[in-house]
Design a protein around this ligand. Sequence first.
Ligand SMILES: [Zn+2]
Length: 400
Amino acid sequence: MNVSTYLSELFAQIADIGRDEETGGYRRFAYSDEDRRLRAFFAQTMEKLGFTISVDAANNQWAWWGDPDRDPEHNLVLGSHLDSVPDGGAFDGPLGVLSAICAVELLLGEGFHPKGAVGIVNFIDEEGARFGVACLGSRVLTGETTFARLRQLSDYAGRPFVEVVASTGVDPTELRRDELALSRIGRFVELHIEQGHQLINLDSPLGLASFIWPHGRWSTILTGVPNHAGTTPLAERDDPVIKAAHFVLDLAASAEKHEAVATCGKIVVEPNAVNAIASKAQLWVDARAEDTDTLDRLAADIARFAGGYGGTLMNESLTPATVFDRPLTEAIVSILGHPPVISTGAGHDAGILATHGIPSAMLFVRNPTGVSHSPLERANMEDMVAGVEALMRVIQGLSG
Ligand SMILES: [Zn+2]
């Protein structure tokens, strides 16, 4: 079968799930009805191909070709996630899952028999769009996130995580690290749409990831004096929103100085009334840099800025640089004839697995707009076909 026809058919089967007609973006959140339909699609598609379906203790879906417990060290797992951010693109996540399905089906058709078992995973809640924790499926699977933390989470509507999960028929108290599922991941290769411009600049359809930038999240509360928007003279105001505006500009300037990135993507203003000077503004900062020293210097700047406006900077998470498995990456580089190796500022399930000692690698497919987490995200069919063919060669090279 033609690769592009098959891949288009797979994308067509999920094209209407969670699509917003107005923006063209996707809303596919964990434990939603859209998620349920995507998981059903995954299970049905893999069952039809003769794969054995299972769900681990973190609620990730697995499909296995061959016995995953016979010689687990030589197993090869592909896949990614099917959930999205609010108004996400069609490719972030699904491209990795669908390309893997396409690659294994074509190899099955060619009569290929892998030496070790080959698995495809659909990680739940990679984007963290609903409960605010990214890569929740792989974090629970590895035990990095335990039930003690899960029970504190609530979704964007304020609904507790445990209640949302229980409403889908899953017992949230049973979500935990899964030794058996982990032992089966001999090696993990996640294909993903690129979330930047590096492959455009390198004029290459594919690239391999070397490492993920270190990454931190912080928050601060800037306070003021609530008052009337009409009767309070400008000189007498203590307006936390103006402090917040200065803070965001300082943040951007500092990120530029350090050649890093820093984002204030979430601000909560209280009481959030159009005709009142606010009493406080809470701001969240996401900052990433190519190395830990640079991120430390940027974080020191951010703390100083917050202090200057009367706030205290609170650290919410700090993730060190994730270096992907060198022997696995080198093996793939030689199988694929030396594609470019690039670093990435985005977190992924492959990064969580790598941190927990599972040999993992990532393969990126060029994104012609360079835009991600947006309906403007794109992938050219030619490049996607190159991605599927690369996965086929990786399976043949590592499991042949
Ligand atoms: Zn993704």
